[in-house]
Design a protein around this ligand. Structure first.
Ligand SMILES: [Zn+2]
Ligand SMILES: [Zn+2]
Length: 414
């Protein structure tokens, strides 16, 4: 689980973070041991999937200062934090720097803080507030009050809500200036690591005036070597269309798509999904939310792409990592009952501590666990089943029981 660190030359800052994170890691391992909280700084274990050929643009046009060269073992990790009905993603870059995209509703500010602290973060080097809706920026003032902030990126969108004002005040109090996020803007100059080229570029918003705040969403594409992650905020079809005309599909293609607008039917248009061509589609939403997210129309389109759908309302916080060649998903995030604010004792079931194999007794206890089906088959499977190599769609065991037969090969819970 933990990587050995080699004694090569490293950037000083990374040293600090690593040393701290080692201690925190030990504490965290004892504390979490398979819990649903799932916020971690280390590379997740389990389910390694090769990146599709040409997953990344490969166009690493050099810009700014020269590339930093680090050790070969550096990984990029992403935590899609369970903030109920909202969005928040925390990224540790291969050089140890940190990136936070959104912070959920105000009541989840502490959840985000806990997650970053558990990961050993001391500061947020890059903060992205995708757009001024409270389910994205609500928790940020608390987070900004807790951590030092390097740079802030926001779209040029205004809102007269109290929470937006609070966000601006908290940024001002930190004395940090706001950079405008729009298509073509980069978080930092490209950098080379042994795993590959690291690049973080906004691909939206492409325009500057929209009737719906969601379409102002700053959409960030984070590419590392052959792998890429796309963070879409609440971008809807209008923005998706603009991205398609402003960028080639190579510039959008990503292994992991944070699905737009919590899986709303107004996002995830067919042509956009085709361009992005994700292996994994992460939906950040709250269980039983009043908006009906995710909507079946979006889920259908996602399943048509063949992407594995991972939902925070079913899995809690979702952890992924990239070594520049493959994206690894940690499936240990235990299924959660409700989207109760901090994901604490709930799901701290030691039986989830070991890899992907869920316990197989007590069917009723697994009603909210995730199993997998294929686009065409009538059976449902455990993660890792050989029949999932072509198509893999996450559904709850309850849904599976209703419409599918258990696979006899992998023998999932019934
Ligand atoms: Zn939202
Ligand atoms: Zn929104």
């Amino acid at each position: 689980m933990m990587k050995n660190t080699k004694g090569k030359q490293r950037i000083k800052r990374k040293h600090q973070i690593r040393d701290h994170s080692l201690c925190l890691w030990l504490a965290l391992l004892l504390f979490v041991a398979g819990s649903a909280a799932g916020c971690s700084s280390g590379p997740p274990d389990a389910a390694e999937v090769s990146a599709p050929a040409g997953a990344v643009d490969g166009d690493g046009s050099p810009s700014g200062s020269g590339p930093a060269v680090l050790d070969a073992d550096e990984t990029l990790t992403v935590s899609y934090i369970d903030v109920g009905q909202g969005d928040s993603a925390f990224v540790r870059l291969p050089d140890g720097k940190t990136l936070l995209i959104d912070g959920g509703e105000a009541e989840y500010g502490q959840t985000v803080i806990d997650c970053l602290e558990a990961a050993g973060a001391e500061r947020i080097d890059y903060l992205v507030a995708t757009h001024p809706h409270s389910d994205h920026i609500g928790g940020l003032p608390a987070v900004i009050g807790r951590f030092e902030i390097g740079a802030v990126f926001m779209p040029k969108a205004q809102s007269n809500t109290k929470i937006f004002e609070k966000l601006l005040v908290s940024i001002q109090d930190r004395g940090v200036k706001i950079n405008t996020a729009r298509s073509g803007v980069r978080l930092f100059p490209d950098a080379s690591f042994s795993g590959g080229m690291l690049r973080a570029e906004f691909v939206a918003p492409c325009g500057d005036s929209y009737s719906d705040l969601n379409n102002y969403s700053a959409v960030l594409r984070l590419a590392y070597g052959d792998t890429a992650f796309l963070f879409t905020g609440d971008a809807e079809s209008i923005s998706e269309k603009e991205m398609l005309s402003a960028h080639s599909s190579e510039e959008l293609r990503s292994n992991v798509l944070k699905v737009g607008h919590h899986g709303s039917g107004y996002s995830s248009t067919e042509t956009f999904l085709k361009a992005v061509s994700p292996q994994y589609a992460v939906i950040s939403c709250g269980a039983g939310n009043k908006y009906g997210h995710p909507e079946s129309s979006a889920l259908d389109r996602l399943s048509d792409t063949g992407a594995a759908v991972l939902r925070t309302d079913q899995l809690g916080t979702i952890l992924m990592s990239s070594d520049g060649k493959t994206v690894t998903v940690d499936k240990k995030s235990a299924p959660q009952q409700e989207n109760a604010p901090p994901a604490s004792a709930e799901g701290a079931d030691p039986s989830h501590g070991g890899a992907d194999v869920p316990p197989s007794s007590g069917a009723s206890a697994h009603s909210d666990m995730t199993v997998y089906v294929t686009g065409s088959g009538g059976k449902y499977h455990r993660d890792g089943c050989q029949y999932l190599s072509k198509s893999k769609i996450a559904i709850s065991l309850d849904e599976a029981r209703a419409g599918y037969e258990p696979c006899s090969k992998c023998d999932p819970p019934r």
